[in-house]
Design a binder for this molecule. Sequence first.
Ligand code: NAP
Length: 317
Amino acid sequence: MSQPMFERVALIGIGLIGSSISHAARRGGLAKEIVGSARTRSTVDTALKLGLISKGYDSAIEAVAGADLVILSVPVGACGPITAEIAPHLKPGAILTDVGSVKAQVVRDMAPHVPQGVHFVPGHPIAGTEQSGPEAGFAELFDGRWTILTPEKGADDAAVEKLRAFWEALGAKVEVMDPQHHDMVLAITSHLPHLIAFNIVNTAEHLERVTDKEVIKFSAGGFRDFTRIAASDPTMWRDIFLGNKEGVMEMLRRFSADLDELKAAIEADDGETLYRRFAEARAIRRGIVAAGQDTSAPDFGRGATASAEKSEGGAKK
Ligand code: NAP
């Protein structure tokens, strides 16, 4: 096997993303040693049991000692306080990164604490599921997906390139952009869809005439796909909306204007506008499939799963 890229990787936070990094790094032999800490002892114990880390610590301070790569995989609101805590204990020459879904705020919160000689290169893998915790991770999570790095001007080129190579070895494709641009792009591609999903699921829940039973029974009509997104971790998403207020508010203004146009078209029996807008949206979906960012299988390939379950005797009514 080739030489590992890092001697000691410290994972601060070992949930879906931290554990997936461990799986993919071990698959690629990228680190001689992976150690870690989390907020609770039970997560550290689970991570040890699963072999995600070889040493587990009760504090982030202990975990980062001697690490040449430190990755914060915690809710974005926790990135600043943790950086303040670990800063004096970071090894000179180490790379410090994060995986937070919001970048401008994370940079604002973390950068002031980073000591001279430590290379801070913020990052965000555009890959995830609605699951959380150390048991949710898997090695393939980043395969073929994008990771965005948002180094500050004047960041050490060698450190940025090393982190880029690390993410590529984890399976990802890497792009570099500035944090504000990242936040605008993600506001429309991820944050707004989650807000809509949280909202539509709550609206259905609040409808008095649609009983819970009916919502579930007829969910395949479209609602079910929103519920998957709305099952995402509430702490993580609270922090994302607090952290990317500007980007989300801008996209909400545009979204509301477009929604008003659709509302007016329905009201005016304007089928032509409705058809045109729906056809445009359909073309976007085809573009995503063509770019290899999703499956072209009908119903996201669920048909195949349903038949497999049936053939195993797990028929659904
Ligand atoms: P997760 O599964 O909920 O795991 C979060 C981890 O952070 C847990 O190990 C938790 O420890 C730890 N933690 C929470 N608060 C902490 C604190 N105050 N101090 C120290 N550790 C703390 O979350 P995740 O999905 O991996 O998300 C982690 C980060 O990745 C977030 O910033 C999120 O924005 C970003 N991200 C998520 C996705 C996604 O789809 N999930 C995709 C891309 C990026 P305990 O288990 O002990 O509580």
